[in-house]
Design a protein. Structure first.
Lengths: 452, 257
């Protein structure tokens, strides 16, 4: 990590953010309704404060380092210094995508490009929408991600100035994926950014959206992102979130998905980077017939921490959620999986399946897995399972007995553990990229990739 | 090819093999039979290099080299192959990837280049046909969801592709119906050659009706108590292991006790 030369010891992280808000409230601007929401969010943040490890959902997450560092809001930073070559490693080979780039939470038009999109599809920045059509935003923005119980969502709501806006109108199919590339970078001072994304899928629409979070060591950055998704009736959304920030970065991301009748969402979260990374995905089935595939893969090494909290609310009947999270933890890294599925009283005919599997590659790695199901309806099919284990020595021996050396055998088996999640990625170039990323993180894994 | 002398092996602190002597020459097929718990599988596994088995005495030389000092992967590269009694299922690794990795690891050890992609496909197709495995099989996860018969066929298929010098077959007939048994036996027989030797470990005579051995050894309580030709196996099938146990002189310590 870069030595922080200007040691501005922030005694109280909460007060720092409160003061920051007071001084930048005017600058943040926006329409009146938004200013009111920001104010409320900040009040809520002030009341909640940062969570400590006594809080049930933060028991295994140490925020001490994050709260000790004197992060400066990105609003003061300049979104320059990033050139398109820097972004190459975060693209997907031959895959043709529209690409919106955000640097420290702010739209970077010269790094972005839109390919031809079907009529009515809008892929732009939240800042632009706030200028041109604030009333369109008012119906949706801040309507899905609740800040009342979550200090990080509250902070994002108070501070966000930009993010991606994706709107696919009724009945429209967007063939090519839309790639949102959110870059965090810092020079002298640690930088915090609060990107806010909104994805609106009209009735019967279909699209693939990829969010990549990127950064480079030794930049010390804190990304506090929120993505809100509203999937209309019978909409189909394939969403990928790929977190590849630097090992010096802090990353907290919340994604809230509201699913209308018969909508189908598959959301995949791959968490590879960050010193501390936390994902919270909250899905709400508000009308019958929805289906959700919720997949996650976290792979950590060294002293990384990767947390995944998920919450699926089956409010309406006859919805299906299939959740699979897999973690591979090496070194002295830490991981958390905490999954909660709530099946409400009227949510009959719910199908909910939750699986979390963890592979520990070292004796010092640690993972806490807490699957959870709360069922109030009586005609449902639900189950959950959780495992934590090491590589199967029988399998290692089997591979070695065919001439494969021990390290390669362990690498192959580790890769295979991740493959269950990666193989569900529908976009082939994304799948290939993820394969490569997993393989490259295995000990001397490069040689393995050639034959995969 | 293989020379085993006074081999003693412990598993979890308990002595299982209590002094095995066995000599296998090029081209020979040896069967090792014995009742459950006699140490048959231990013998097969220790030759393949299973780490949980502790060799407490004796030696095994493969083509003059100290087999027991080699890592499992080096044994395979030198030409020892064991067909597992319980092949492991590995979802996420395709049969094709696994087999190609194995072929190339062995080639690399011998200073040869990696196999050409087309050559590999041809090699695999020929051998798969021999065992009646269809094309989709190569793309499936390694042994993933395979029936017992498919798993055993896959073992013999791998053996056919890797072309080892010494084939150790551990209960390859167990769990097979008669049709699958024939297919597997054909696969094994197709590999018999003057330059290749086989050690067939089995509880039953059944497989030996198809793969007729040159020598049969009876293993009881960690020792070879009787050796003979294929007729010995037939006798065992007819009369069971009881008569051999009667014939076997008790070890002196046991007699004193």
């Amino acid at each position: 990590m870069r030595p922080v030369t200007t040691v501005a010891v922030s005694v109280d992280a909460k007060q720092t953010y409160v003061a920051e808000f007071a001084s930048s409230e005017k600058e943040l601007g926006g329409p009146k309704w938004l200013r009111a929401v920001r104010k409320k969010a900040m009040e809520r943040f002030e009341a909640l404060g940062f969570p400590n490890q006594k809080h049930e959902h933060w028991k295994y997450t140490n925020l001490a380092t994050l709260l000790r560092l004197p992060f400066k809001p990105a609003i003061l930073g300049r979104p320059d210094g990033v050139v398109s070559e820097n972004l190459e490693p975060f693209k997907f080979g031959i895959l043709k995508t529209s690409q919106l780039v955000f640097v420290n939470g702010r739209y970077a038009p010269r790094l972005s490009y839109l390919r031809s999109l079907p009529e009515g599809v809008r892929v732009t920045s939240i800042a632009e929408m706030l200028r041109s059509e604030p009333e369109t935003l008012q119906k949706h923005l801040t309507q899905y991600a609740r800040f009342e119980d979550d200090p990080f969502v509250a902070l994002n709501t108070a501070f966000f100035s930009d993010g991606a806006y994706v709107e696919v109108p009724k009945g429209t199919v967007v063939g090519e994926p839309i790639h949102l590339l959110l870059v965090s970078t810092s020079r002298e001072l640690p930088i915090v950014a609060h990107p806010r994304n909104l994805i609106l899928m009209g009735a019967g629409s279909q699209a693939t959206v990829i969010e990549t979070y990127a950064g480079w060591a030794p930049d010390v950055t804190f990304t506090n992102a929120v993505t809100e998704v509203a999937a209309g009736p019978a909409a189909v959304l394939d969403h990928y979130k790929i977190q590849r920030e630097a090992e010096t970065a802090f990353h907290i991301a919340t994604m809230t998905i509201h699913q209308d009748r018969d909508s189908s969402v598959s959301a995949h979260s791959v968490s590879l980077g960050g010193s501390m990374a936390r994902n919270y995905v909250h899905t709400l089935f508000g009308a019958p017939g929805g289906s959700l595939t919720l997949n996650g893969l976290y792979m950590t090494a060294g002293t990384q921490q990767a947390d995944n909290y998920t919450r699926i609310d089956h409010v309406a009947p006859a919805c299906t959620s299939i959740e699979l999270y897999r973690g591979i933890l090496g070194g002295r890294s830490r991981g958390v999986f905490n999954g909660n599925i709530y099946v409400r009283k009227d949510a009959q005919k719910t199908v909910a399946r939750q699986t979390n599997k963890n592979l520990l590659l070292s004796n010092e790695a640690f993972v806490d897995s807490t699957p959870g199901l709360e069922i109030l309806a009586d005609d449902v099919k639900c189950n959950h399972s959780s495992t934590i284990g090491q590589l199967d020595e029988n399998a290692v021996f089997y591979l070695r007995s065919r001439g494969i050396d021990e390290e390669a055998a362990r690498n192959i088996l580790t890769y295979a553990f991740a493959a269950d999640v990666i193989n569900q990625v529908k976009v082939a170039p994304v799948r290939i990229k993820l394969d490569q990323l997993v393989v490259s993180r295995l000990p001397r894994g490069a040689g393995l990739g050639e034959t995969l | 090819m293989l020379e085993i002398k006074d081999l003693h092996v412990k598993v979890a602190g308990k002595e299982i093999l209590k002094g095995i002597d066995l000599s296998i020459n090029d081209g020979e097929v040896h069967a090792v039979m014995g009742p459950n718990g006699s140490g048959k599988t231990t013998l097969a596994q220790v030759l393949a290099g299973r780490m949980t088995y502790e060799v407490t005495g004796g030696q095994a030389r493969f083509e003059g080299k100290d087999l027991l000092a080699m890592k499992p992967e080096d044994r395979a590269r030198e030409g020892v192959f064991m067909a597992f009694q319980y092949p492991v299922e590995i979802p996420g690794v395709s049969n094709a990837y696994f087999l190609k990795a194995a072929v190339n690891a062995i080639r690399k050890y011998h200073g040869r280049e990696e196999i050409d992609a087309m050559d590999f496909v041809t090699l695999v197709q020929d051998k798969a046909k021999l065992l009646g495995l269809d094309e989709t099989f190569m793309k499936r996860g390694l042994n993933e969801g395979f029936s017992g018969g498919e798993k055993k066929k896959n073992e013999v298929f791998q053996m056919a592709v890797l072309e080892p010098k010494l084939c150790v077959l551990d209960e390859t007939d167990s769990g097979l119906d008669i049709d699958a048994l024939r297919v597997v036996a054909n696969g094994i027989n197709a590999m018999r050659s003057p330059k290749r030797a086989m050690l067939v470990v089995t509880h039953y005579q059944r497989l030996l009706d198809y793969v007729v051995p040159d020598f049969v050894h009876v293993l009881v309580d960690g020792k070879i108590v009787k050796s003979g030709d294929a007729d010995l196996a037939r006798n065992l099938e007819k009369h069971g292991y009881g008569w051999i146990l009667e014939e076997t002189p008790r070890p002196p310590q046991a007699a004193r006790a």
